[in-house]
Design a protein around this ligand. Structure first.
Ligand SMILES: NC(=O)c1ccc[n+]([C@@H]2O[C@H](COP(=O)([O-])OP(=O)(O)OC[C@H]3O[C@@H](n4cnc5c(N)ncnc54)[C@H](OP(=O)(O)O)[C@@H]3O)[C@@H](O)[C@H]2O)c1
Length: 253
């Protein structure tokens, strides 16, 4: 592993799911970890498990709060070696009846939440001479699938944006990373009523993400491998074949 002791991380979405598990893993390796999310009780619960984890409640749709919390995190930790944006919300939307408010909430959290935080985080990392900027996107962002309209669109947009940022931020010593998990157990997937192939345990997914972040420098950290390769093959298919497959994913009438 290439990690040095006493590194600092800030995880957005660290009060639950993969974010909380990543915070615990980093703390177990000696990292000091700030965790953010809206639910202060969930953050406090995660932080109570380690003296190296500290809670910083934050709603990523609130631009003023973003600035204030970043300043507090930097004041407390000194710098941010690793920033992980994992805040997201998900719900299925019905084509022809897109609920504008729900669609907007998804975009405002998953995509614009990251954008809102990008300027101050990049400014801080530039100031401190570099760092790692990671986003938990999803294999769902590889292409559009039935019933996942807004969520997939936000993850696809994030992947595209991160590709741009990877090249642009390299000269400043900021390494942009894109984490693309398949399905793992969490509050987000608990509401799914469809089959989730190769479903992983949350801790296993977090381990893969942390290993990828600390043990490699590659852009994409995608898992589980079997699902990722199937989807990547699918991405290469000509559209008639691609849509022949996605048609089979439609719910039976
Ligand atoms: N589970 C999967 O199969 C899967 C697969 C691929 C990618 N992912 C991605 O993994 C990430 C974590 O998801 P998870 O599955 O671990 O579920 P999760 O536990 O529901 O994590 C989502 C996190 O986002 C935070 N969040 C939501 N809205 C927020 C807001 N406005 N401001 C700040 N934080 C906010 C939530 O905290 P609060 O509610 O307290 O704000 C929560 O901690 C997400 O980006 C998700 O898209 C998940």
């Amino acid at each position: 592993m290439s990690e040095a002791p006493s590194r600092t991380a800030w995880i957005i979405g660290g009060g639950s799911g993969i974010g909380a598990a990543m915070a615990r893993l980093l703390a177990s390796r000696g990292w000091r970890v700030a965790i953010s999310g809206r639910r202060a009780d969930r953050l406090a619960e995660v932080a109570s498990g380690s003296r190296l984890i500290a809670p910083y409640p934050l709603d990523v749709t609130d631009a003023i709060a973003v600035q204030a919390v970043l300043q507090q995190v930097v004041a407390d930790l000194g710098r941010i070696d690793l920033y992980v944006f994992g805040a997201a919300t998900w719900q299925p939307l019905t084509v022809g009846d897109y609920d504008f408010a729900k669609f907007q909430r998804l975009v405002d959290t998953n995509l614009m939440g990251f954008v809102r935080m990008a300027n101050p985080v990049v400014a801080q990392m530039t100031h401190q001479g570099g760092g790692q900027l990671a986003v938990i996107a999803s294999v769902a962002g590889y292409f559009g699938l039935p019933r996942a309209a807004a969520y997939n669109a936000t993850k696809g947009a994030l992947i595209n944006l991160l590709q741009t940022m990877r090249t642009e931020l390299e000269p400043r010593g900021i390494r942009v990373r894109m984490i693309a998990p398949g399905f793992f157990k969490s509050e987000l997937t608990a509401k799914n009523d469809f089959p989730m192939p190769f479903l992983m345990e949350t801790e296993a997914a977090a381990q893969r993400a942390v290993d990828g972040l600390l043990g490699s420098t590659r852009f994409e950290i995608a898992f589980p491998r079997r699902l990722v390769w199937l989807l990547k093959l699918m991405r290469m298919l000509p559209y008639p074949l691609f849509f022949a497959i996605t048609r089979m994913m439609m719910p039976k009438r």
